[in-house]
Design a protein around this ligand. Structure first.
Ligand code: AHM
Ligand code: MG
Length: 328
């Protein structure tokens, strides 16, 4: 008989926040906005194909990419569920040109949440995994919301992602390890399924869009050749889904390295610092892995704009250490 003793994400967060020093009820109430929105998104994705959500919505987002209908739904779900929380001072979304700033009276509005509501959405139409990524910052006392929007990743107070795959999995950190929960559709709750996740020291896969190989800087080409030819003591296999959350989730569980280097088309890299690279970099570090931009630690970059891009190298210690050495 299955055990009825479960740990839900809500009770886990309550426990964690006591250690993180964040105000108790506020923090868990805010995170419950994220869990609610992602359950709504998961439910909508599950119906894809039945409810006319495939395909483009007709608009283009701030990055010049066609917005898929599910992008729009996911963004609205996040904005709605989080906008209602009076502890939220501002929301920054990949899908919105400008930050949404709430002019809330008093000093309650303490948090800035940045998110990619539906990452990898070009994969939706072919029934491949997509995800949601988020990161939470605190507005320092006495600092205006506007002045608190651009903080380095080292200042995150919580970060996480949801991968919508064969099951819906929620992974998060508040700086005290990485914890994963699986959505139990029968009871509608995220239930602890991966406590204190650790990334293996070394893995068997590298993950990169190899079609860009010819335009990578020489060091990256040399590195990929090493991985293929046994330079790190083993020969690697490759895996690339093209959904960052899914590629990262595999790397977290199985080890190895994911990289999106600079290319001729995207000399600064393609991925967005605030709501793609930073949260995953922190989760990787919390799980014993590493994350670099090619120019130091991702988490130490001081952002200059909310939608800025970065190169990203994230994964197991052995693989990331080696590339770091080659880049020096
Ligand atoms: P998106 O936020 O518009 O979905 O774009 C980000 C995605 C990531 O999920 C993925 O890692 C990357 O773009 C794939 O890019 P490419 O198709 O150039 O390999
Ligand atoms: Mg994205």
């Amino acid at each position: 008989m299955p055990s009825p003793i479960i740990t839900t994400i809500q009770s886990h967060i309550l426990e964690q926040q006591q250690q993180s020093g964040e105000a108790s009820g506020t923090f868990s109430w805010m995170l419950s906005g994220i869990t609610l929105a992602t359950k709504m998104i998961a439910a909508e994705i599950r119906k894809a194909g039945l409810n006319d959500v495939y395909g483009a919505a007709g608009a283009t987002n701030v990055q010049g990419e066609a917005q898929q209908k599910l992008d729009v739904f996911a963004n609205e779900a996040m904005l709605h569920c989080l906008g209602m929380r009076d502890s939220v001072a501002a929301l920054i979304s990949e899908e919105n040109d400008e930050p949404v700033i709430f002019n809330r009276s008093g000093d309650k509005a303490k948090y800035i949440i940045v998110f990619d509501p539906l990452d990898g959405s070009s994969n939706i139409d072919v029934n491949v995994n997509v995800g949601t990524i988020f990161s939470i910052f605190r507005r320092p006392d006495g600092v205006s919301v506007e002045d608190a929007l651009l903080q380095p990743g080292t200042k995150q107070v919580a970060a996480g992602y949801v991968v919508y795959g064969p099951s819906t999995v929620f992974v998060y950190t508040t700086g005290n390890g990485v914890h994963g929960f699986t959505l139990d559709p029968a009871i509608g709750a995220y239930v602890l399924s991966f406590a204190n996740m650790k990334m293996p020291e070394q893995g068997a896969y590298y993950s990169v869009n190899e079609a860009n190989y010819d335009t990578f800087p020489e060091t990256y080409k040399q590195y990929l050749t090493e991985l293929r030819t046994g330079g790190l003591g083993q020969t690697y296999s490759s895996r690339y889904i093209g959904s960052l959350v899914a590629d990262f989730h595999r790397t977290l569980l199985k080890g190895g390295v994911f990289l999106y280097p600079p290319t001729v088309k995207q000399p600064k890299g393609k991925l967005r610092l605030l709501y793609e690279a930073n949260p995953l970099a922190w989760i990787a570090e919390q799980a014993g892995g590493r994350a670099l931009s090619g120019n130091g630690r991702v988490l130490e970059i001081n952002p200059e704009s909310i939608h800025e891009r970065t190169s990203l190298i994230v994964g197991s210690r052995v693989e990331v250490d080696r590339l770091e050495k080659l880049l020096q």
